[in-house]
Design a protein around this ligand. Sequence first.
Ligand SMILES: *Cc1c(COP(=O)(O)O)cnc(C)c1O
Length: 345
Amino acid sequence: MHTYEPVSTPRDGLRLHLNENTAGCSPAVQAAIHALSRQAVSSYPDYAAARAACAQRLGVNAERLLLTNGLDEGILGLTGTALKGATSSEVIILVPAFDMYAAAADGLGASVVQVPLAEDFAFPHDRLLAALTPRTRLVWLTNPNNPSGRIIPREAILAVADAAPQALVAVDEAYADFSGETLLGSDAFETRNNLVVGRTFSKAYGLAGLRVGALIGNAALLAAVGRIVPPYSINACAAAALPAALADTGYYDWYRAEVEQSRRLLYVTFDRLGVTYWPSQANFVLVRPAGDCAALVRALAARGIHVRDRSRDTHSVNCFRVTAGVVADTAAFITAFEEVLCGAA
Ligand SMILES: *Cc1c(COP(=O)(O)O)cnc(C)c1O
């Protein structure tokens, strides 16, 4: 059985375990929430402004955009749509992967087909094509990948979409804000009706607590997803916050620059200490320490630094994932990491 394992949430300390924006949301978002009228709270929300702002920022036609309650809801809705009316369906995921894909597929009765990533988490092109069957209804690609941070070449994504006309090919771009690589706006994407892109505003925009994401794809497909996703699934606070978050491009650019500098600081540290890691295009880095990873993660937690232990996943053995957020937070992680490593040596 595949389940979404809730991550324990520390009450205090530095949260570097869920790839959140470690600086918080833009002050403009907080102001927009404060400015909500009592009537805005007592009314069913209207999404026209949020949808238009989102379509404009992402450079897509609003007809090809569906806002969802976090991308998680988009994953659930898309899975339901892909499986509708089919029996003995298969959903392909590349592992290690974000847990929601398998949890949703399993929960809705499909078989989960796991295709391991290649050496060093590279895209397993041939293995993935070989896993496609007439029963394949949905293929999940995460670009950049979570937890490795690696990019999938665009040609590889298009090749999968073309090889699987019987399936939906979903490209989860939760971290595309950090990589700068997206299918959005390309002819190759707009002309393939079985390709759909997922985005979230939880990570770069810092709205994880408000729950807002988006699916982008052909209008008929999104209309089908919209029959599964409830009509008012995004609350009024999130609908008011999204345009404010999208408009504050200064904050967004500042945060992306912090993340980039944090990644560089982490690489320098890991290189100096001889620790294995994978260069990342996202706001996190996957690390494989030489010693007992779980013990290291516990020792960091005891110092108030929370990272994600991935060591029990057979596809990321002895690895942990650390969020690259604001530079000061990364510096705090580095200090604790060196203490723990040297103390254990
Ligand atoms: C965080 C994350 C999501 C979920 O985002 P929400 O919008 O917060 O639901 C989806 N996919 C991946 C790969 C993620 O890491």
